[in-house]
Design a protein around this ligand. Structure first.
Ligand SMILES: [Zn+2]
Length: 286
């Protein structure tokens, strides 16, 4: 039972104090879009801390120097490891480290440690309940906008016809804000779902578009989750998270009339909020 596995693996923070919540400026599965167009889900969380901040092992294990500034600590048995990226190592490859042992210091220019958990060959969301502790989140993510588009051009929801793309823009704000230039930057909700309602009845029942609550989806799913126009955060430049509710949604499959799209977004702690869009299908007028 992999869902149970996570529940008994509580661990503290990789920066001091270990038993206090720190600012996280990048969430699990935030969009990561390279300069050359590479697209990936962020496979860990970015814990904000100044360059030079000491980084410590959350669990004991054996050091695997995966790269010049990337350290993994593999637990005994080898099934689970934690990754600590962008740090100047203070440990050697193959060294055994105790819990809370110093691993290194945050490298110049990074301002955060990228922290990841890998178990059973998969990356897990460290912010799920029962993992990184303490972590509390109180505000719900927000659905900013729901839009019907065709080839990236927004359509009038009062006269929708033919095949359209349904997109929702949503974001969450970390419970503790990172300092500038990452202050107030959005992060992704952990769950996003939608439904189509007509006369109080769901004609398209809840469909989950994004579920980042436990494990990392394959990178090949990126385009089915994040719609074109999605941008990642850059310093002083907030990203835009556009979720693909339905690509090429054929409105002709539903009778003309008035409908409502409900979109719900939630975080790992089940804080949730909804957005809605009223729309009218008018295929008969064509
Ligand atoms: Zn990261």
């Amino acid at each position: 039972m992999r869902s149970l596995r996570g529940d008994r693996m509580t661990y503290g923070w990789p920066v001091a104090p270990f038993d206090r919540q720190h600012a996280v400026r990048g969430f699990f599965c935030d969009p990561r879009i390279g300069d050359r167009g590479s697209k990936a889900f962020h496979f860990g969380i970015d814990v904000s801390a100044r360059d030079g901040t000491p980084v410590y092992a959350v669990q004991p294990g054996t050091v695997d120097l995966e790269g010049e500034q990337n350290i993994a600590v593999v637990e005994a048995g080898g099934d689970r490891e934690h990754g600590y990226w962008h740090i100047v190592p203070a440990v050697r490859h193959g060294e055994h480290v105790a819990q809370h042992a110093l691993l290194g210091h945050i490298a110049k220019g990074w301002g955060h440690v990228h922290f990841a958990e890998r178990s059973g060959g998969e990356y897990w969301n460290p912010l799920r309940d029962g993992a990184l502790t303490p972590f509390s989140d109180f505000g719900a993510p927000v659905v900013d906008r729901i839009v019907a588009e065709r080839r990236g051009v927004p359509l009038d929801p009062n006269t929708l016809a033919g095949v359209v793309d349904l997109i929702a823009e949503a974001h969450d704000i970390p419970p503790i804000s990172a300092p500038p230039p990452w202050h107030g930057m959005p992060v992704t909700p952990a769950l996003l779902r939608w439904r189509l309602v007509r006369n109080g009845r769901a004609v398209v029942p809840w469909r989950i578009v994004a579920d980042f609550r436990t494990t990392l989806p394959p990178a090949s799913h990126f385009g089915a989750v994040y719609a074109p126009g999605t941008r990642q955060n850059h310093p002083n430049e907030p990203g835009l998270f556009r979720f693909q509710l339905a690509a090429a949604f054929d409105t002709r499959r539903h009778p003309d009339g008035s409908y409502r799209i409900d979109v719900e977004s939630a975080d790992t702690r089940k804080n949730a909020s909804r957005g809605r869009l009223t729309l009218t299908l008018t295929n008969g007028l064509l």
